[in-house]
Ligand binder design. Structure first.
Ligand SMILES: Nc1nc2c(ncn2[C@@H]2O[C@H](COP(=O)(O)OP(=O)(O)O)[C@@H](O)[C@H]2O)c(=O)[nH]1
Ligand SMILES: [Mg+2]
Length: 223
C-alpha cells in the first residue's frame, strides 16, 4: 500500500523544476550493466524502488554539491530498452544522461548511436556521458579507442560495476554536470573535458595515430 502511494508521487515530475531536485537517466542496451552500476554506486543495503507497472526503477540519492543539498533521482529502465526505444516520459525533464555499453559486446557500442539520437530528440542540450563497462573482464580493452564519445564531444569513462573501478568518479561527475546544467553554467563540463583529455593523452598516446585513421574511415562511411 505504502509503496503504491509513494509510487504516484514519485512519478510526478513537477518536482524536478525545484532547485534542489535533479533527474539523471541511464541508457543503453539490455545487460550492459546499467542497474549494476547504480547498485555499485549506491552500495550496501540499498533498496531500489521498483515501479513495475511503469517498467522503471528509481534510485534515490541525497548528496551535497557546492555546499547545497541535492536530491538525485536516478532513473533506470526495467526492461523497456529491449525494444530499442524508451517512452518519452523517461526523458522528460532529465538533467543528465549516463549512456552505457558493454566492452565485450560490440553491438552495444554500435547501438549508442541510436540511443544518442533518441536522447537528443527529447533533450537536445543535457550533459551526456559515455561509459564503457565491464573492463574487469579484459583490462587490455582500455588500450582500445572508442571514438563515439570523442566525435560527439562527450566525456568518456572506462568502468567496472563488478570491481568498482571509476564508478564513484563517474557518478560524482555526472551529478555535478546535472547540477551545473540546471544552473546554466558550462564551467564544470569544460573542467571535466579538460581533465579527461589529459588523461587520454597519458594512456593512449601510442595509438592516437591509428585512432585518427579509423575515425576518418568511419566518417567517410557515414551517409
Ligand atoms: N564482468 C562484469 N559483469 C558485469 C558488470 N556489470 C554488470 N555485469 C553483469 O552483466 C549482467 C547485466 O547487468 P545488469 O546491471 O542487469 O544490466 P542492465 O540490463 O543494463 O541493467 C549481469 O549478469 C551483471 O552481473 C561488470 O562491470 N563486469
Ligand atoms: Mg537493468
Amino acid at each position: 500500500m505504502a509503496t503504491e502511494s509513494s509510487s504516484l508521487s514519485d512519478l510526478n515530475q513537477d518536482k524536478y523544476d525545484g532547485d534542489e531536485h535533479i533527474k539523471i537517466i541511464c541508457l543503453g542496451d539490455s545487460a550492459v550493466g546499467k542497474s549494476k552500476l547504480m547498485e555499485r554506486f549506491l552500495m550496501d543495503g540499498y533498496r531500489p524502488q521498483q515501479l513495475s507497472t511503469y517498467a522503471l526503477t528509481l534510485y534515490k540519492y541525497t548528496t551535497t554539491v557546492n555546499d547545497k543539498t541535492v536530491l538525485v533521482d536516478f532513473w533506470d529502465t526495467a526492461g523497456q530498452e529491449r525494444f530499442q526505444s524508451m517512452h518519452p516520459s523517461y526523458y522528460h525533464k532529465a538533467h543528465a544522461c549516463i549512456m552505457v555499453f558493454d566492452v565485450q559486446r560490440k553491438i552495444t557500442y554500435k547501438n549508442l548511436t541510436n540511443w544518442y539520437t533518441e536522447l537528443r530528440e527529447s533533450r537536445p542540450e543535457i550533459p551526456c556521458v559515455v561509459v564503457a563497462n565491464k573492463i574487469d573482464a579484459d583490462l587490455k580493452i582500455t588500450q582500445k579507442s572508442f571514438n563515439f564519445a570523442k566525435k560527439q564531444g562527450l566525456p568518456f569513462y572506462f568502468v567496472s560495476a563488478a570491481d568498482g573501478t571509476n564508478v564513484v568518479k563517474l557518478f560524482r561527475d555526472t551529478i555535478k554536470l546535472a547540477v551545473s546544467y540546471k544552473q546554466n553554467t558550462n564551467d564544470f563540463m569544460d573542467e571535466v573535458m579538460r581533465e579527461l583529455e589529459n588523461f587520454d593523452l597519458e594512456v593512449k598516446e601510442d595509438i592516437a595515430a591509428k585512432d585518427d585513421d579509423k575515425s576518418k574511415n568511419e566518417k567517410t562511411q557515414s551517409p
